[in-house]
Design a protein around this ligand. Sequence first.
Ligand code: NAI
Length: 328
Amino acid sequence: TRTPVNVTVTGAAGQIGYALLFRIASGHLLGADVPVKLRLLEIPQGLKAAEGTAMELDDCAFPLLQGIEITDDPNVGFDGANVALLVGARPRTKGMERGDLLSANGGIFKPQGKAINDNAADDIKVLVVGNPANTNALIAQAAAPDVPAERFTAMTRLDHNRALSQLAKKTGSTVSDIKRLTIWGNHSATQYPDIFHAEIAGKNAAEVVNDEQWLADTFIPTVAKRGAAIIEARGASSAASAANAAIDHVHTWVNGTAAGDWTSMGIPSDGSYGVPEGLISSFPVTCKDGKYEIVQGLDINEFSRARIDASVQELKEERDAVRELGLI
Ligand code: NAI
């Protein structure tokens, strides 16, 4: 029998947490043969609701679920963690400036990074979902100097999945026909979904679409503003699709990308494609044996270059702002 993998979820009592925990416990995160122990990290006000969710997890009698612990202490929450999903964050509220948002989140992700540094297992893998995800990941990473920097990642898989779906609709194909799509940059309105290297049933996607105006005026804004469209329609922000993307992100990282395909992950840049080293930016990556690698050698055309640069510029500004605030 395999030893259980310790999975810590922050913001466990929130709406993403509610959509996420049951899928982790049923084997979708790591594999149908991998037992898990869950740690739910919440703030004191969230503990009671987290206990309610834990009761429901019990009531599912998941064969793979070997324990649930609930805490508001990050040192306990990350003790021995192999996988950490940092979902809980401070949302932007009306009238909040970017600096306020970054410092409020610094107050969450800096101590959590330190607690990961001091308590997590040596093989810890971190996915930051809570927004602003890329910069929150940077803050947590900076507070964890003993953890290899590449273990801190930010989620752009929801953007990737949204782009797959939009492209499939436009071209009358299915998402499983599409390979090698890329989200570049920040998980924000400046992100760039790139289809120039994507393939649809083996044909170049940009050639199949053959409509640069659709790309610029419909596809890119639809993907980038999808979060707002969901709020408008549902009256609440995307939760099940965000949880699904978190599952996909970690599953791919651990279990690998399919031959001939890649995925998108927000990861610390090694300087590839002109993205300054250290920025946590989304790249095309392949995964194998629990490690990811940036896909190298792609030709970046002018259309793409301008958009990647704009999103990277925003990441630089966020990094400079958290530096000024003493958060990194
Ligand atoms: P929510 O407000 O329903 O839940 C957040 C939970 O986090 C609450 O239960 C709260 O008590 C908890 N929390 C707050 N501070 C905490 C801390 N220091 N430690 C532990 N728990 C803490 O929010 P929801 O809808 O679940 O979204 C969570 C985050 O995910 C938001 O920041 C949202 O913007 C982000 N998000 C990111 C996406 C992405 O693609 N990267 C997609 C969708 C949402």
